[in-house]
Design a protein around this ligand. Structure first.
Ligand code: SRM
Ligand code: SF4
Length: 571
């Protein structure tokens, strides 16, 4: 007798979990009801990611709990999907309320314009996600092997182009949303449909994508979403009259790597052509289907689109995309980015409205004894909500833009901010601090090898002293730190990148461009704080003396040969 063919033989463990999950159901619902543990079943922890939540444990308490023979202190991180980072005052207030009642009392703004809650206990998980949905936001596909939160540049000064780019962002996000009813059944208590056509996942299929998939829409001259770090990027191109002509399309970006495994690497996306605004969702859909069909389902470490493209070639990819689209992309148009990060303070958009961008250190909205940020923002947003005005835009650099205000609204907002000691540009912070960014890392991230969010502020204080001693207090250097090589704070696009290796030790990467179009390079394999400062002190001194006018640190270290001279690509 013939043995049944095992179609999953050779596939990664996650592929098998997805295949038998009944479109992401697994036994999540049963696990949530089990009062004997704060955790859910191992296999379900992979599935809940697709629903926007990760099981974590407090790593600060791991050893102590182990010694007491207690299970780890499990809790859940919830990521709220916010396409383009835009939410209403009412939604902000609802999330603020849930952060206090159901999580650890803070809100975390992420590097992809989403919100995260940390420390949600299993018994509160369902209700939290339910209430998030009640506010007309959701967590579906915020994580998992699907298209994630689609980013859109905030670009306050180009409010006209933002509106169109944001429209494209929403069209892409809607087109690529998974269709499984599991989300609604588990978190919203809806019944599994009875009768009719069997449920299907028309775009993704039963095993979804081989790996996560990321898309960003950028509006030059600002690359505030680091568009080239995405699997798929759209770059808005203006027509002669200042309107939107369409988008350059770029593919194959991604930053994650693994220490010691050279077949994994950060890669910037390649520009492959141009498309009209009404075609972005079609392009996105077909790029996703190529990755669905050709992405590596055996080795998760090489399962991102960047490897599919490197393994098969960019020409093959373009041909395959055009074949699936049934039309050809146009030639890419010339475009140029001036900078990657955010500018702070107030800007008047072309719509005549005001946009105020606030520096939120490492994206953590919390109340500290000397800085009641969470309360201050709550007061501001309550005032906007009362007037029915304004919106909140999370930036791709963990900051917040209070958007679309009249003169009078701006005055109210400014008064409330200053009442709480919050300066629009956080003038107390140095230029270097305002350009810095760290991932979450310890104590919640299960993959962290070193501190990041909790440590970078201290390190920046020490770097500030070196900058001040060289007369550079007003000069930004983009310093990005992560607790491991996965790259969540996009450290490989830092003029200075610090990547955790072990507690207190980091790889030092130098020389990314400040426009986000050139990766940095590994300069030292492992340094502690004193070694790092010993390296950077003379480099910064030399930069102060030898730099060209307006030359940025990342460009300087490349020009004088401290790191090799890779070309930033040009279109
Ligand atoms: Fe990330 C995994 C946090 C942006 C690459 N990321 C994680 C997890 C979920 C850890 C885990 O798998 O257990 C982290 C949760 C930490 C915590 O306690 O909250 C985590 N990533 C974050 C956030 C919150 C960092 C932040 O400080 O803001 C960002 C959330 C974005 C969002 O709202 O969706 C975040 N992650 C990124 C980025 C930056 C970006 O997308 O622009 C990257 C690099 C770009 C890329 O994807 O290549 C990134 N995260 C990763 C990877 C490596 C993926 C790879 O291809 O190798 C992992 C690990 C994995 O997927 O296995 C990861
Ligand atoms: Fe965790 Fe590493 Fe991502 Fe930092 S870079 S949040 S340590 S996975």
């Amino acid at each position: 007798m013939n043995k049944p063919v095992d179609e999953t033989a050779g596939l990664s463990a996650n592929e098998r979990i997805k295949a038998r999950s009944r479109l992401l159901r697994g036994s999540i619902l049963e696990g949530l009801k089990d009062p004997l543990t704060g955790a859910i079943a191992e296999e379900d922890t992979q599935l809940t990611k697709f629903h926007g939540t990760y099981q974590q444990d407090d790593r600060d308490l791991r050893q102590e709990r182990l010694a007491q023979k207690l299970e780890p202190l499990y809790s859940f991180m919830i990521r709220v999907r916010v396409p383009g980072g835009v939410c209403t005052p009412r939604q902000w207030l609802e999330l603020d309320r849930l952060a206090t009642s159901h999580a650890n009392g803070t809100l975390r703004l992420t590097t992809r314009q989403a919100f995260q809650f940390h420390g949600v206990l299993k018994r509160n998980l369902r209700d939290t996600i339910y209430q998030i949905n009640q506010s007309l936001l959701d967590t579906l596909a915020a994580c998992g092997d699907v298209n994630r939160n689609v980013m859109c540049g905030v670009v306050p000064e180009r409010s006209d182009l933002h509106a169109q780019a944001y429209g494209a962002t929403i069209a892409i996000a809607d087109r690529l949303l998974p269709q499984t009813g599991a989300y609604h059944e588990i978190w919203l208590g809806r019944q599994r449909f009875a009768g009719g056509e069997p449920e299907r996942e028309p775009l993704y299929g039963e095993t979804y994508l081989p790996r996560k998939f990321k898309i960003a829409v950028a509006v030059p001259p600002r690359n505030d979403v680091d568009v080239y770090a995405n699997d798929l990027g759209f770059i808005a191109i203006e027509d002669d009259s200042g309107g939107l002509a369409g988008f350059n399309v770029c593919v194959g970006g991604g930053l994650g790597r693994t220490h010691g495994e050279e077949e994994t690497y950060p890669r910037l996306a390649d520009v492959i052509g141009f498309c009209r605004p009404d075609r972005v969702a079609d392009v996105a859909q077909q790029v996703v289907t190529i990755q669905r069909d050709y992405g590596d389902r055996q080795n998760r470490k090489r399962a991102r689109l960047k490897y599919t493209i490197d393994d098969r070639g960019l020409d093959w990819f373009r041909e395959e995309l055009q074949r699936r689209l049934g039309w050809k992309l146009d030639e890419a148009r010339a475009c140029h980015f001036d900078q990657s990060g955010d500018d702070y303070g107030w800007v008047q958009g072309r719509d005549g409205l005001w946009y105020g961008t606030l520096f939120i250190e490492n994206g953590r909205v919390a109340d500290r004894p000397d800085y009641p940020l969470m309360t201050g923002l709550r007061r501001v947003v309550e005032a906007l909500e009362k007037r029915g005005r304004g919106e909140l835009r999370l930036t791709g650099n963990q900051n917040l833009c209070i958007a679309a205000l009249s003169d009078a609204d701006r005055q109210t907002v400014e008064a409330l901010l200053s009442e709480h000691g919050i300066m629009a540009d956080r003038s107390g912070a140095s230029a270097l601090r305002r350009a810095s960014m760290a991932c979450v890392a310890l104590p919640t991230c299960g993959l962290a090898m070193a501190e990041a969010e909790r440590y970078l502020p201290h390190l920046v204080t020490r770097l500030d002293e070196i900058m001040a001693a060289n007369g550079l207090s007003d000069d930004p250097i983009v310093v990005r730190m992560t607790g491991c090589p996965n790259g969540c704070g996009r450290p490989y696009l830092g003029e200075v990148g610090l990547v955790g290796k072990s507690p207190g030790h980091y790889q030092l990467w130098l020389g990314a461009s400040p426009q986000g179009d050139r990766l940095n390079q590994l300069y030292r394999e492992s340094v502690d704080e004193e070694e790092l400062l010993a390296i950077l002190t003379p480099l910064i001194r030399r930069y102060a003396v030898e730099r060209h006018p307006q030359e940025r640190f990342g460009d300087f270290v490349v020009r004088v040969g401290i790191v090799d001279n890779p070309m930033a690509f040009e279109i």
